[in-house]
Ligand binder design. Structure first.
Ligand SMILES: *Cc1c(COP(=O)(O)O)cnc(C)c1O
Length: 466
């Protein structure tokens, strides 16, 4: 399998899996996608129904790795990646009603679904780094959960420094403390004066700065990283396989609380691989650029507004470029044209035909804070289930979209991560897991910085691991 960049189709000759995973962003500023997707027949899919999570992971992921990694190496990595997840089942399904199930993806070490991808990424990085005897500086932007999941996965890694930018005062205190109280010499936190999109823009600029990048061996762990998106495909199969046959269903739907479009895009990959997914609901909060896009075909950036689901307070959904590339017939110059239009005019529009095609899979639903709170309330009073505000957005969207077949709502974070919102809704503060009992008294370490590329470069050069 070859990987190509969304901005330059002809740059494929040596893009193997290890290279594109380590690089994150293509040198032309595009995102990597495979030049074709493996397809499984329904017989092949159902044959995987009794596999353990790690076995299933191996069966799916190895198809994307070419000759870079052996099947047994992937299996070892998968087993190790998911060994610290709590509970018998690392991705349990919870009944909401006859038509809706909640998939709990928050039993990993930092209590958000991002652990699924980052635990894998740190191990696959290490495999490649050991092989090449190399060290790296990892640079990442976070709206709250990526940062802690990445730091947890990479702390004390002898081959990597990790530098995480979060938007100052715009992540929850628990989220910030999860990042800033980790005691490890290779972990650095920057509180950037700006919003998440600013953090993400800084990371992108650093990654495409060829000279700087080569000097400091930068690697990205943001959701634009192909390895991250890929790891998330697995729980779509895992959860669908649990319910499809058992309920004699032809197909199912997913509702995905969406920010950067990484998780939802992973669902789309699962569908392309043959998993019988009917609709994928793109559930957003009031930062609704994506839900509006799937309603109107117009992708228009507006100002980021802070909401109760801060991990989705994003306007420029970086993974969306992957889908755009596909709907523009894999034409890199058209993608470049649309993305340029986005940065100069703040918007672009796709044709009605393309929108119609996209709507065969994607439905966009926006949910504001008021309704988010109402849904947390009713979910607790009617079903006795405590959900976090991101999950609430996904659940609300699922309840309102009147789909006939079963819908699985991805529950992306443990309610404790957003206890202020949960408390506001139901007057209950979820219990802190033991591991985090001391978090509010531990000493924090982070550096506040202005949104200034040169200052950040300077910080990296001083703290570089090379
Ligand atoms: C990151 C995150 C999301 C959004 O996921 P994307 O892949 O960026 O769309 C949703 N909920 C939570 C809790 C998150 O941390």
């Amino acid at each position: 399998m070859n990987y190509i960049s969304t901005r330059n189709k002809y740059n494929i000759s040596d893009n193997n899996f290890s290279k594109i995973t380590m690089e994150g962003l293509a040198p032309d500023g595009g995102l990597y996608v495979p030049d074709n997707f493996p397809f499984l027949t329904s017989k092949e899919i159902y044959k995987m129904a009794n596999l353990s999570y790690s076995e299933l992971f191996t069966e799916i992921i190895y198809k994307f790795c070419g000759s870079c990694v052996s099947k047994s190496e992937i299996y070892e990595i998968a087993r190790d990646s998911y060994k610290d997840f709590e509970g018998k089942d690392l991705a349990p399904l919870n009944d909401y009603n006859d038509n809706i199930k909640i998939l709990e993806l928050y039993h990993g070490p930092t209590l958000a679904f991002k652990d699924f991808a980052l635990q894998f990424l740190s191990r696959i990085f290490n495999l490649f780094l050991e092989r090449d005897n190399k060290n790296i500086n990892i640079i990442g932007a976070t709206s709250g959960d990526t940062g802690s999941a990445a730091i947890e996965a990479f702390k004390n890694n002898p081959r990597a420094n990790i530098i995480i930018l979060h938007p100052k005062d715009k992540v929850s205190e628990f989220q910030r403390r999860q990042m800033t109280t980790i005691k490890a010499n290779n972990v650095f936190n920057i509180a950037l004066d700006g919003n998440f999109d600013d953090c993400q823009a800084v990371v992108k600029k650093l990654l495409v700065d060829i000279e700087f990048n080569e000097k400091y061996n930068l690697a990205s762990i943001n959701s634009i990283n192909w390895g991250r998106v890929l790891a998330q495909v697995v729980y779509y199969f895992y959860s669908a396989l649990k319910v499809l046959k058992h309920n004699n269903l032809e197909s199912i739907n997913f509702s995905v609380p969406t920010g950067n479009f990484g998780d939802a895009y992973a669902g789309y990959i699962a569908k392309k691989m043959g998993l019988p997914i009917n609709k994928i609901i793109i559930a957003t909060n009031s930062n609704d650029i994506l839900s509006k896009f799937f309603q109107t075909g117009i992708y228009k950036v507006s100002k980021v507004v802070p909401t109760l689901s801060p991990s989705m307070d994003i306007q420029v959904a970086s993974n969306f470029e992957r889908l755009l590339f596909e709907c523009l017939d894999f034409n890199p110059s058209l993608v470049t044209k649309y993305m340029t239009k986005l940065s100069t005019h703040g918007s672009f529009e796709i044709s009605k035909e393309i929108l119609c095609e996209l709507n065969k899979t994607f439905i966009g639903v926006g949910v504001n804070d008021h309704i988010t709170i109402e849904r947390i309330k009713s979910c607790y009073s009617e079903k006795n289930i405590i959900i976090d505000p991101h999950t609430s957005v996904g659940l609300e969207a699922a309840c309102n979209s009147n789909l006939k077949e079963l819908c699985i709502v991805l529950s992306t974070a443990h309610p404790i991560k957003f206890s202020t919102a949960v408390n506001k809704a139901i007057n209950i503060t979820p219990n802190l897991p033991n591991k985090y009992k001391n978090i509010f008294s531990l000493k924090e370490k982070y550096q506040s910085m202005p949104n200034d590329l040169n200052e950040i470069k300077n910080f990296i050069s001083i703290n570089s691991s090379l």
